[in-house]
Ligand binder design. Structure first.
Ligand code: ADP
Ligand code: MG
Length: 327
C-alpha cells in the first residue's frame, strides 16, 4: 500500500543526489555515450537526466515503473552473483515515482516510436506516443512533495547541490569514455568529452592546473590482495583544504574507504603542507572475493579482508609514482 511504498522509497531515495545516482546508473547500464544531468534548486525542484542509450519501447517503460521490475536479472543466479550491473534491482524508478512527479520520454535505438509516461505519487497518470530523439530523458520534479516529513530533512539548496555534484563528478571520473555533463539552475559546471582517457576527464572536471599537475599511477603489486592500482594523483603542491578530492574506486565502483585515503596521504610523507590534501583519482582492482561491497549499499562503504595488505600496496603504488616524477 501507499505507506509501505513510501517507507521503502526512503531506503533508496534519501535526497536529490540519490535520485541522480540511480538515474546515472540506469543511463550507463543503457550503454549511453552521452549523459547530461541538469538540476534546479539543488535538485529539490527538478532533476533531469538525458541519455543517448538504448531507450525503451512503450511496454518496457510501462513495466520499468512497476514494483520489482528490472530487465537486468535473468535468473536467481544473477541475483546471487550480484555485481554485474549497477544499482538496486528493479526498484529505483518505481520508488522515485512514488515520492515525486516523474516523467519519462524515451525512444528505442533504431525504433520509430517514442513514448512519454508520467507518474505522480506512484500512480501512472499518462502514457502516450511522443516525438523524441533516441535515448531516454527522465525528469523528476517536486521530490518528496507527498512526503512532507522527508522533505523537511532536505538541507539547503547549496548542500543538496554539493551532494549531486559529488555523485556526478565520481561517475564522470569513473567513466571517461562517456561524455557526462552537469548543470545547476541552467549554469554548466562541467562537461567531460568522453574521449576515454582519465586525464582529459580530470581536465574537464577539475580544470587545467589540476590536470597538468597529475602524476600517473600504474602499479601491479607482486604480492598482497591487490591486482592493480592505477589512476592519477596530484603534485604535492596542488592541493585543497579538504579531503573530498581524494576519489577512490574499487573494481570501478566509487567507494569511501578511510584506508585508501590514508594510504594515499601516507605516500606523500611530509611533502604536503599542514591541512592540505592532494587530488587523487585512484582505481584499485582486486578479486571480488577479497572485498565486501555490501556493507551498506547506499553509503558506498567497503571492507577489505586484508586491510593492511591493501594499505601497503596503495601507498607503494603512489610512492612509486611520486618517485618516478622526481618527488
Ligand atoms: P534496475 O536498474 O535495477 O533494473 P530501475 O528501476 O532503475 O531498476 O530501472 C528499471 C528498468 O527500466 C531497467 O531494468 C531498464 O530496463 C529500464 N531503464 C531505466 N532507465 C533506463 C534508461 N535510461 N535507458 C533505458 N532503459 C532504462
Ligand atoms: Mg537502476
Amino acid at each position: 500500500d501507499r505507506t509501505v511504498r513510501q517507507i521503502a522509497a526512503g531506503e533508496v531515495v534519501e535526497r536529490p543526489a540519490s535520485v541522480v545516482k540511480e538515474l546515472l546508473e540506469n543511463s550507463l547500464d543503457a550503454d549511453a555515450s552521452r549523459i547530461s544531468v541538469a538540476v534546479d534548486a539543488g535538485g529539490t525542484e527538478g532533476i533531469r537526466v538525458r541519455d543517448d542509450g538504448v531507450g525503451m519501447r512503450r511496454a518496457s517503460v510501462e513495466r520499468a515503473v512497476e514494483e520489482h521490475t528490472t530487465s537486468k536479472i535473468d535468473d536467481i543466479e544473477d541475483l546471487e552473483a550480484g555485481v554485474g550491473t549497477l544499482g538496486f534491482r528493479g526498484e529505483a524508478l518505481h520508488t522515485i515515482g512514488a515520492v515525486s512527479r516523474l516523467t519519462i520520454r524515451t525512444k528505442p535505438r533504431g525504433g520509430d516510436a517514442g513514448t512519454e509516461l508520467r507518474v505522480e505519487g506512484g500512480e501512472v497518470t499518462e502514457v502516450a506516443p511522443a516525438g523524441c530523439p533516441e535515448g531516454t530523458v527522465v525528469e523528476v520534479t517536486d521530490l518528496f512533495y507527498n512526503t512532507p516529513a522527508r522533505r523537511k530533512f532536505l538541507k539547503t539548496t547549496a548542500t543538496e547541490f554539493d551532494h549531486v555534484n559529488t555523485v556526478v563528478t565520481h561517475y564522470a571520473l569513473a567513466n571517461p569514455d562517456v561524455a557526462i555533463s552537469i548543470e545547476h539552475d541552467d549554469r554548466e559546471l562541467f562537461a567531460t568529452e568522453g574521449r576515454g582517457d582519465l586525464r582529459s576527464a580530470v581536465l574537464s572536471v577539475y580544470g587545467r592546473e589540476v590536470a597538468e599537475s597529475m602524476i600517473e599511477v600504474a602499479h601491479e603489486p607482486d604480492s598482497g590482495p591487490l591486482e592493480r592500482v592505477t589512476g592519477l594523483v596530484s603534485h604535492p603542491e596542488t592541493t585543497r583544504s579538504t579531503r573530498e578530492y581524494l576519489s577512490t574506486f574499487v573494481n570501478d565502483r566509487y567507494v569511501t574507504a578511510g584506508v585508501l585515503r590514508e594510504a594515499v596521504l601516507e605516500a606523500y610523507g611530509g611533502q604536503l603542507a599542514a591541512d592540505r590534501y592532494p587530488f587523487a583519482v585512484l582505481f584499485v582492482d582486486l578479486s571480488p572475493d577479497a572485498v565486501d561491497v555490501n556493507v551498506h549499499p547506499r553509503k558506498m562503504e567497503v571492507r577489505f579482508d586484508d586491510e593492511s595488505g591493501v594499505r601497503e600496496s596503495v601507498t607503494a603504488a603512489v610512492r612509486d609514482a611520486l618517485l618516478e616524477a622526481g618527488l
